[in-house]
Design a protein around this ligand. Structure first.
Ligand code: ADP
Ligand code: MG
Length: 394
């Protein structure tokens, strides 16, 4: 049984990731930690990986298991380098070509989302994660005389709300590079559907070192903000946006002709600008998602919510391949789902694996969008009840 992607084993990573609107899904198993090695020593892992077949078996009991297929199956022995090459590199390459790309990690807290995406790897360069490696590839490919690379780093947090479905109802966007800036609006281009956060700090990157420093600063702010708000970082989504702007010289453009006197040359602009954006999302721990619905939130609480234009909503949309809501026509999306081996977390692992299946993501997307709609309706009702209150609904 193939999953909906119809990917062929052995196909080059680029083949799949290069298809617009198509999500490439990899699963990564983290090794047992010290505690699991000791306490679960007598128990088998809850999964068995068959990387050559791109299959994962989820144990049901001692005799039986369910089989799932992925675009890529990364065992506990997969290096950070290999994970980068499989999950991220094709997306980064398309960003360098001027497209938008998204890389997301989804999984239970403690399964390696941040390890996979955000590890700085200063003590051990082999341990560098996707963000750092992506920037290395980007900086190696651009010329900073003519091109520019800049980043913003944000987190989507929920304030004092109980755990709610994807933290949607109390969602605010905070600038991790300027934490006082904690209610950033999101703007959607009506023509392209592209989402931007014009209020966010945008820092130009000149070298790898300053980028790593920014990531470190962002993480420190994330930690401090979550301590202050009495939330956990596992309840927030961290979003890194990398903007790559390149000047494409006329002679490099597809329109150029061998014959410099070609009549086409008259209409050729001296240079073109090509813009690509890479979005890397470290999602909140999947165990935090509960479908408690939109009841019970006050209008006051709801006022701080940026509703239908949620960046995360856009990302969730992008996860549902072939959806009409994919933010831009040329978006490339790569999803890595992270799982732990412990039989204790079999239930969570099972639901994470399900998320790797397209059908489930479509359902997840529908639930997410339905919950936005439901809340909007509720807000409108509240507004009608109390006419003096103004609610900034997207
Ligand atoms: P998450 O962000 O999903 O909550 P983390 O990335 O913080 O999880 O990982 C939890 C712990 O497991 C960390 O101590 C991390 O170093 C370790 N870890 C995660 N993935 C791996 C891996 N593939 N190899 C070695 N250690 C890992
Ligand atoms: Mg984490």
């Amino acid at each position: 049984r193939r999953n909906s992607t119809g990917s062929l084993a052995g196909g080059a990573a680029k083949d799949n990731a290069g298809v617009p609107g198509r999500v490439r899904v990899a699963v990564r198993l983290r090794p047992r930690n010290a505690e699991e090695l000791v306490e679960d020593a007598d128990f088998a892992d809850c999964v068995e990986l068959q990387p050559e077949l791109k299959r994962l078996k989820l144990r049901k009991n001692n005799w039986d298991s369910d089989t799932y297929e992925f675009d890529e199956v990364l065992t506990e022995f997969a290096s950070q380098k290999r994970v980068y090459e499989v999950v991220a590199k094709p997306v980064v390459e398309s960003v360098l070509d001027g497209y938008n790309g998204t890389i997301m990690a989804y999984g239970q807290t403690g399964t390696g989302k941040t390890y996979t995406l955000g590890r700085l790897g200063e003590e051990d360069t082999a341990a560098r994660g996707i963000m750092v490696r992506a920037m290395e590839d980007i900086l190696a490919d651009v010329s900073l005389e003519t091109d520019s690379v800049s980043v913003s780093y944000l987190q989507v947090v929920s304030l004092k709300a109980p755990y709610t479905y994807m933290q949607l109802y109390m969602e605010t966007i905070q600038d991790l590079l300027d934490p006082a800036n904690d209610n950033i609006p999101i703007v959607e281009d009506p023509k392209t559907g592209d989402v931007s956060v014009p209020g966010a700090t945008l820092v130009e990157i000149r070298d790898q070192h300053s980028f790593v420093e920014l990531l470190r600063l962002g993480e420190a702010h994330r930690f401090a903000a979550n301590t202050k708000l009495n939330t956990e970082s596992s309840r927030s989504h961290a979003i890194l946006m990398v903007h790559v702007k390149r000047s494409v010289k006329a002679r490099d453009s597809a329109f150029s002709s061998e014959n410099g006197n070609s009549p086409h040359m008259k209409t050729l602009k001296p240079s073109l600008v090509r813009k690509g954006k890479l979005v890397v999302v470290d999602l909140a721990g999947s165990e935090r998602i509960d479908k408690s619905g939109s009841e019970g939130h006050t209008l006051e609480e709801a006022k701080s919510i940026n509703l239908s234009l949620s960046a995360l909503g856009k990302c969730i949309n992008a996860l549902a391949e072939n959806s009409a809501h994919v933010p831009v026509r040329t978006a490339r999306t790569s999803l890595v789902i992270t799982i732990g081996p412990s039989p204790r977390h079999r239930g969570e692992t099972a639901s994470t694996i399900m998320f790797g299946q397209r059908k489930e993501r479509l359902k997840y997307q529908k639930d997410y969008m339905d919950s936005i709609k439901k809340l909007e309706e509720q807000l409108v009702k509240n507004q009608q009840k109390n006419g003096s209150e103004k609610v900034p609904v997207g």
